[in-house]
Design a protein around this ligand. Structure first.
Ligand code: ADP
Ligand code: MG
Ligand code: MG
Length: 491
């Protein structure tokens, strides 16, 4: 079956001279408005280069976009409940923990803080649910009035730590609006939904700060040793400093937190003589970010403290692939959400997700994947892109792990096949103009939820981001260099 295709918002190709001129302007617009990243090859803190972006917004059906927006608070609440269900997390992660040291280290911290007693019952969730349109209509003609090749979408994953692009999401709409105006198509901008992700996400941090309730307190952003995605992170800081000049923000690595913070007798995390109200992690989601025991000790210290964490360790555990797979198993959603209409809606966004545990159902999943490896993605308990296996690699890995408990650290997921769209990807250092390429997109919907186990203070959808990659690339992380910034154009 050939992959379905959506029409681009204006006919392509564009005339050569016009294209070259508009790209030149757009690159300068990008640099001057923070559509940027640090250069990985020639890193310096003195310059920013453009982040790759798609010249024109990519089509996305409005009904499906609206559905995703509406469902976000339901997903937020589900994650909140999962994160607070100790028994469920224990049971779900037990096999993976045996073979995955990183998840086991996170888990150990969780056990320690639970044993000591939770000092801060409030958690701050800044989530991002990532979805792709599914070009194969899953319904029969009778069931589906539309029966279009994009009448449904599936969730790729939900992120509970370092959910980025609060700035790069909205600014992508702005740069593409500028480009549309330059091309004489300013009238199309009305079809690009507004996006207030940056202020929405930052409101999560400031509301958590106010709940902490200590006027002298500060906020810590936990950052990598080297931040390539600096624009996205800094704009969060700039936004908060503009709206709330009373709030001091510091960017600190886990190693600096180890050296520069202490816990006082009230279990407050103290930095520079002041209590820390909120710790917002933009690092700490992958093993390389914990090169020594100091980083793990720093993480434990933060978790022990009264600071409101985004995320708390149990929220990070709730965001693992293993949890996502378990939620899709029969009866599990019902346990958290009852048998409601909302439960049905959430079930509908799950694609096939299979455990590879060392048991009968795991055996069946292995057999199924070996028979048709192309249909699946094999995922370890990792974040940040570039960790999954596809196609022939799935078969290879499963043959290697078939008789090893190691496979419990992975889940098997049905591959989503999004529709294609033609477009231009502008990349730093690449020849101008770029060719017209076949692209596919992944939409991320942001959610903010603040609460304790029993009381939710706020729960809302706060904006979106769109990432687009070449149709034949397996993954599309922008920071990883494969994806490009984009924004949705409503069909
Ligand atoms: P990570 O937490 O590392 O971002 P993801 O589950 O989001 O892991 O996978 C990374 C990328 O791989 C996604 O952004 C998407 O491009 C691709 N991908 C993941 N799962 C699927 C799937 N089921 N079908 C198609 N592509 C997928
Ligand atoms: Mg992720
Ligand atoms: Mg992802």
């Amino acid at each position: 079956m050939s992959q379905a295709r959506l029409a681009s918002c204006i006919p392509l190709p564009l005339e050569h001279k016009l294209l070259v001129t508009v790209i030149e302007k757009a690159k300068d617009w990008a640099l001057m408005h923070g559509v940027g990243m640090r250069d990985k090859k020639h890193f310096t803190k003195d310059s920013i280069q453009i982040a790759p972006f798609v010249l024109l917004p990519s089509p996305f059906p409005r009904t499906e976009f609206d559905k995703a927006i509406e469902l976000q608070p339901v997903l937020n609440e589900l994650m909140h409940k999962v994160a607070h269900d100790d028994e469920f997390l224990e049971h779900t992660l037990q096999n993976a923990l045996q073979v995955d040291e990183f998840t086991a280290n996170l888990y150990d911290i969780w056990i320690k803080v639970r044993q000591e007693g939770i000092t801060q019952p409030i958690t701050l969730g800044m989530l991002r649910s990532d979805i792709m349109l599914e070009s194969r209509c899953p319904h029969t003609v009778n069931q589906c009035a539309k029966h279009t090749p994009y009448c449904s979408w599936k969730q790729v994953e939900i992120n509970s730590i370092a959910s980025g692009f609060g700035h790069l999401g909205p600014i992508s709409r702005d740069i593409q609006s500028y480009i549309l105006r330059q091309l004489g198509h300013g009238d199309l901008i009305k079809n690009m939904p507004e996006n207030h992700a940056l202020s929405g996400l930052c409101s999560g941090i400031t509301e958590a700060y106010d709940l902490f309730g200590v006027p002298t307190a500060v906020v810590l952003f936990v950052v990598e040793e080297v931040s390539y995605n600096i624009c996205d992170q800094r704009f969060h800081e700039f936004e908060i400093s503009e709206k709330r000049p009373d709030i001091q923000i510091y960017r600190k690595t886990l190693n600096e937190i180890y050296e520069e913070t202490t816990l006082n007798d009230k279990k407050q995390l103290i930095f520079d003589g002041r209590p820390v109200a909120v710790v917002y992690y933009r690092s700490g989601y992958e093993p390389a970010q914990y090169p020594s025991t100091r980083e793990w000790d720093a993480r434990l210290r933060v978790e022990r403290s009264t600071a409101i964490k985004c995320p708390s360790i149990h929220y990070q555990l709730a965001g693992t692939k293993k949890v996502q797979q378990t939620l899709a198993a029969p009866g599990v959603l019902e346990k958290f959400m009852g048998s409601s209409e909302a439960t049905k809606k959430v079930r509908d966004i799950f694609t096939g997700l299979y455990s590879l545990d060392f048991d009968e159902s795991g055996e069946r999943a292995v057999d199924m994947a070996l028979a048709e490896a192309e249909r699946f993605v094999l995922k370890p308990q990792r974040e940040g892109g570039g960790n999954n296996l596809y196609g022939a690699e799935v078969r290879e890995a499963l043959l290697r792990m078939r008789h090893s408990r190691e496979r419990a650290a992975y889940i098997l997921m049905e591959r989503i096949l999004p529709p294609l769209v033609s477009g231009y990807v502008v990349r730093p250092g690449a020849p101008v103009p770029p060719p017209v390429s076949d692209l596919v997109s992944e939409l991320g919907i942001f959610g903010v939820i603040i609460g304790t186990k029993d009381k939710i203070h706020c729960n809302r959808q706060v904006g979106h981001m769109l990432r687009t990659k070449l149709a034949d690339a397996n993954e599309g992380g922008v920071a990883a260099g494969l994806g490009a910034l984009d924004s949705p154009y409503m069909l």
